[in-house]
Design a protein around this ligand. Structure first.
Ligand code: SF4
Length: 178
């Protein structure tokens, strides 16, 4: 989707929704645009260095992300709120090579919460709430994630932009989340 302009993107999303409804399909969408992911997905798997680190329903993932990598992805979303960026912890550094991943938790070289256990023991996906799993040793001890209102504001702005291009496909506006 990233190479598509917003009007074509809206049409592709519309087509995917049509195909799901008409044929009862389950689609796996691989994407980097969190607004598109949030709009199109029922369940979301977040991957880091080739492994799933968090799996949850859409709203649970965006409203209460449990894995530090997921939190950093959501924190990186541009926020149209003055001063909001200062309250967020953004991810720094480059990802390691997938051919030679770090020991233990693959994310420990970039995680601001990492402890000794993270370097030696590989975390497995654990259920933290019904339908919500994450691979993090410290998930229960992490502070609450920042409020999702900023993300919602961004998504809403993007939704309105998509709706602007819905003239050629009038029914898409009614499908966009309110
Ligand atoms: S297991 Fe440790 S390094 Fe990995 S995400 Fe959790 S806190 Fe960070």
């Amino acid at each position: 989707m990233s190479a598509l302009d917003v009007s074509i993107r809206a049409q592709v999303i519309n087509l995917l929704e049509d195909l799901k409804g008409e044929f009862g399909l389950t689609l796996i969408l691989v994407a980097h645009d969190l607004a598109v992911i949030r709009h199109t997905s029922d369940r979301i798997a977040v991957m880091y260095l080739g492994e799933i680190v968090e799996l949850a329903d859409r709203d649970a993932l965006f409203d209460a992300p449990r894995h530090p990598y997921t939190r950093s992805l959501i924190a990186a979303i541009p926020v149209p709120v003055p001063g909001a960026r200062a309250a967020r912890t953004l991810l720094e550094g480059d990802p390691p090579s997938p051919a030679a991943p770090p020991s233990g938790c693959r994310f420990h070289t970039r995680c601001s919460h990492a402890e000794a256990i993270c370097k030696s023991e590989r975390p497995i996906l654990r259920q933290l709430a019904p339908g919500h799993t994450a691979a993090c040793h410290l998930a229960e001890r992490l502070p609450p994630s920042p409020p999702a209102s900023a993300v919602a504001a961004y998504s809403d702005a993007k939704r309105r932009r998509l709706a602007l291009f819905a003239g050629a496909q009038p029914d898409i506006a009614s499908r966009l989340p309110s």
